[in-house]
Design a protein around this ligand. Structure first.
Ligand SMILES: [Zn+2]
Ligand SMILES: [Zn+2]
Length: 247
């Protein structure tokens, strides 16, 4: 299929947005779309701390949801992905049958499974929440992000369809295991927002400590599991997001 045919069919096709880090030479000062960098938190939001070790978390990624992404969230909402540099065990899905895929009321604070403290913080702030630029994250190199639309490449059949690999926004998760769907505790459906591929390395600053269980010069999110971040379509609270980790 040629590029022009691809564009003509755009309305009918599922689009995914490839996330591309740009070179340091092109880096704007304090970009709002970045790996690492200076987080833009909402007014009155504070830099999240790990509940286990109380240290400030790493800002792995932040980005604005541009209107052209056509995601089922309020345009210009700002996504932030934080995690502890030392405590990043992936959380287990809450598969209690009684929940029927609905996350428990306390899913933002206490994780189902064998752990009772939060090691990560996922935020999706509405534009009306304001934004305050913080100091730069001291762990990771700041890389600005650009986005390129592509028709989603779907493989598999029926309930086992899977989308393309790589870092991306929207489209369909690449599902390394069975697809998972959830409802927020508020009752709204959760929609796929962001994919962080397996073993995706976030380049660390030279002076930052080496992350345990990673590759020396790079940090990993959730120990390098592939992560699919879902968000409540009602955006009922800024932290109504859920990370699915698969490998
Ligand atoms: Zn910690
Ligand atoms: Zn909700």
């Amino acid at each position: 299929m040629s590029n022009s045919e691809t564009l003509q069919n755009k309305e009918k096709e599922l689009i995914t947005w490839r996330i591309m880090p740009v070179t340091a030479a092109d880096l704007p000062i304090a970009p709002p779309n970045s790996l690492g960098g200076a987080p833009f938190l909402a007014d009155n939001q504070v830099w999240p701390r790990c509940e286990h070790c109380q240290t400030e978390m790493v800002l792995y990624l932040q980005l604005d949801l541009l209107p052209e992404f056509e995601l089922p969230f309020e345009p210009h909402s700002h996504l932030l992905v934080f995690g502890c540099s030392r405590h990043m065990d992936p959380c287990m899905p809450p598969l209690a049958p009684a929940l029927k895929g609905k996350l428990p009321e306390n899913y933002r604070e206490i994780l189902p499974g064998d752990r009772e403290y939060s090691q990560y913080k996922l935020l999706l702030n509405r534009p009306s929440a304001g934004r305050q630029r913080q100091a730069p994250d001291p762990h990771l190199q700041c890389l600005a992000l650009t986005f390129v639309a592509e028709p989603e490449e779907i493989t598999g059949e029926g309930a086992f369809q899977r989308g393309s690999e790589g870092p991306k926004l929207g489209g369909m998760p690449a599902w390394l295991q069975n697809p998972e769907t959830y409802k927020c505790s508020c009752g709204s459906d959760m929609a796929f927002l962001l994919q962080i591929p397996a073993d995706y390395g976030f380049a660390k600053l030279p002076e930052a400590p080496t992350q345990p269980n990673s590759y020396g010069d790079e940090y990993l999110f959730f120990l390098g599991n592939e992560v699919y971040i879902l968000a409540c379509q009602a955006q009922c609270q800024p932290d109504s997001l859920w990370p699915i980790a698969q490998n």
